[in-house]
Design a protein around this ligand. Structure first.
Ligand SMILES: [Zn+2]
Length: 305
């Protein structure tokens, strides 16, 4: 596991195949997903979230997650750590059936977002998910537990810090080894990030913390740096900055993988990512989608040629 006190390295978890693709109307066939995975692995990504076990009627892009994971398990033995998202008991069953070893399980700390997204109040979703996390860890899975809307909610505004600390507590005691604080709707600012991360770290010092930042308001990289300064060493990213949230209108993607890699490299912090290779992957993705993605570094590198 990444050492939270190590100043020289950050782990970037690429979300392209899950958070990135889930909103696209174009369905990416398995072969294209496999090819994108190989490119991401070849560019040095050490952890890749490859899919989610959610209702295929609601998110058809993720319907082949089991098939993809089965195909990848053969080739990814010495490669990146594979991860996938689970939101309910059916999802856990599906994850166990395809043999993935690491999962993300998440709930919203905003009551209104939880009601809209998961169909139940936040407190009920939290206790239900804690039970599932226990089941998952007992079955041998390594679990990262996510808290959506940690830094604010479009429906509710600010979220009480006590709710975040309580949810982190509940998930840590259920067996989660990492807590992922998610700015699901891109509402955080750097001071919010720094303050809340320091509080959670103080409250649960043994726990690994990661950040999932959306770039809706253009503060993604600034928030990432604030998280780094507050001690976070794991960040979610998405190649080209693809993505959003299917349940939040107008949401932008995660911080672009290539821009995050460049920022950390310029700060003397290693990510293991080859900038030219990841920018080539942005090019492949833009080719498949037929549009330009918001990340900056591909254009910067092209101009330097
Ligand atoms: Zn997200």
């Amino acid at each position: 596991m990444t050492d939270q006190t190590n100043d020289d390295f950050v782990l970037l978890e690429d979300e392209t195949l899950r958070d990135g693709l889930q909103l696209e109307s174009r369905i990416f066939p398995l072969e294209e997903k496999l090819d994108l995975f190989r490119q991401l692995a070849g560019a040095g990504l050490a952890r890749i979230q490859v899919g989610s076990f959610v209702n295929p009627k609601r998110v058809p892009q993720m319907a082949d997650s089991e098939e993809l994971i089965r195909a990848l398990r053969h080739e990814a033995e010495n490669g990146p750590l594979l991860s996938a998202l689970i939101l309910n008991d059916k999802g856990l069953e599906r994850a166990l059936s395809c043999g993935i070893g690491h999962v993300s399980m998440s709930v919203s700390v905003s009551n209104s977002h939880s009601l809209k997204n998961a169909g139940k109040p936040a407190a009920e979703a939290l206790s239900g998910m804690a039970g599932l996390i226990r089941q998952a860890t007992e079955a041998g899975l390594s679990v990262r537990a996510g808290l959506q809307c940690t830094f604010g909610c479009v429906y509710e505004g600010a979220i009480a810090e006590a709710a975040v600390l309580n949810a982190a507590d509940v998930f840590a005691s259920a067996g989660a080894g990492e807590i992922n604080l998610a700015d699901t709707t891109g509402m955080a600012n750097p001071l919010d990030i720094e303050r809340l991360v320091r509080k959670v770290r103080k409250h649960l010092p043994a726990l690994q913390i990661s950040l999932h930042l959306h770039d809706n308001r253009g503060l993604g990289l600034a928030n990432m740096f604030a998280g780094y300064q507050a001690g976070v060493r794991i960040f979610d990213v998405c190649t080209g900055g693809l993505g959003g949230c299917p349940f939040v209108r107008g949401a932008a993607g995660n911080v672009p993988t290539e821009d995050a890699a460049q920022m950390f490299s310029s700060l003397g912090v290693k990510t293991g990512i080859d900038l030219r290779k990841i920018c080539a992957t942005v090019g492949s993705l833009e080719g498949l989608l037929g549009r330009k993605l918001p990340g900056r570094m591909k254009t910067v590198l092209a101009a330097e040629k």
